[in-house]
Design a protein around this ligand. Structure first.
Ligand code: C5P
Length: 289
């Protein structure tokens, strides 16, 4: 089975206090975008789970193992006699999403593997159960299993559909530095009070379809921390401003930054200008369906 694993941006990301488990409580609007990896998943009957990833802590393998463990525990295969220990998978990922850039690349791949193997192994988990398995794989994985635009809360384990809005165009820019999620969270200043206006403003900005309004409504409580650790991130945002993007923002814990643009043609121009400045840039759009 071939499946697209879409990258995401966080249009809002509010960080609250640190929880007892060491993670920060957050609220974030996650929107899938058109930049995607392609995942090929083949179910095998020999119990081995392999992937072509060079990384030892590959989230695709972790996802497949978590789903198999869940199947073993709850006996969710309703078609065949249940022998989940025989469930094997061969996973091949064609990477396009840059790793470690706040675009959820590894998490999107893991989410795609969960969706594919749920079908191929005939586990028949509903979305809610699949999200429960996803939460054990990584904080961003439930949001990406859900697909579409979602608001995630907790450390990412609570996911709600956000609803429809017109598509928008944006340019992604990679400043060429690795931003450690752990370090960025450790260095961030959580907000003291909950401000429901943040999500409310973003909803009405998205419904207006006005890219300046959406940019102005974007919030990322990790940006200050990430920019303090890596000034290259702030420099990339300044470079976007010089290209005419009024409200550049950062996605996740960085290092990728983005700027909304009014059209695909303008996106091409801005991406070309950023590339001329030596940045890697992608001209993409929101991809909710
Ligand atoms: O979820 P992930 O494994 O990517 O998180 C990496 C690290 O980032 C965690 O170990 C934790 O230190 C920090 N983190 C956090 N709060 C979150 C997500 C991540 O403190 N909601």
């Amino acid at each position: 089975m071939r499946i697209e694993a879409k990258a995401k941006i966080n249009l809002t990301l509010e960080v609250f206090g640190k929880r007892a488990d060491g993670y920060h409580a957050l609220r974030s609007l996650v929107v899938p975008i058109s930049l995607a990896d392609t995942i090929d998943v083949v179910a095998t009957g020999d119990g081995s789970i392999t992937s072509n990833s060079p990384y030892p802590d590959d989230l695709c393998i972790k996802a497949a193992k978590a789903l198999r463990a869940y199947a073993e525990r709850v006996g969710c295969n309703s078609l065949r006699p249940l022998r989940p220990h025989d469930f094997g998978a061969r996973i091949a990922v064609e990477k396009r999403i840059p790793a470690g850039g706040g675009l959820g690349g590894g998490s999107a791949d893991a989410a795609a593997v969960l969706v594919a193997l749920n079908e191929l192994w005939e586990c028949r988990l509903d979305r809610a159960s699949l999200c429960e398995v996803a939460a054990a794989v990584g904080s961003d994985v439930p949001a990406l299993v859900a697909g579409g635009a979602v608001v995630m809360e907790g450390r990412g384990e609570y996911v709600k559909e956000f609803g429809d809005f017109p598509p928008f165009y944006l340019v992604l820019v990679n400043p060429g530095v690795f931003s450690s999620t752990k370090e960025v969270y450790a260095n961030c200043q959580p907000r003291m009070t909950d401000n429901p206006a943040i999500l409310y403003n973003m909803r009405s900005a998205l419904q207006s379809g006005d890219c300046e309004r959406i940019g102005a409504a974007s919030v990322n409580d990790l940006a200050l921390s990430a920019c303090a650790l890596h000034p290259e991130i702030a420099q990339a945002m300044e470079a976007l401003r010089q290209c005419g993007v009024m409200h550049p923002a950062m996605t996740g814990s960085g290092s990728t930054v983005f700027g909304l643009v009014p059209s695909e043609a303008r996106g091409r121009e801005v991406a070309a200008l950023m590339e001329a400045k030596g940045y890697k840039a992608w001209n993409v759009h929101s991809s909710v369906r």
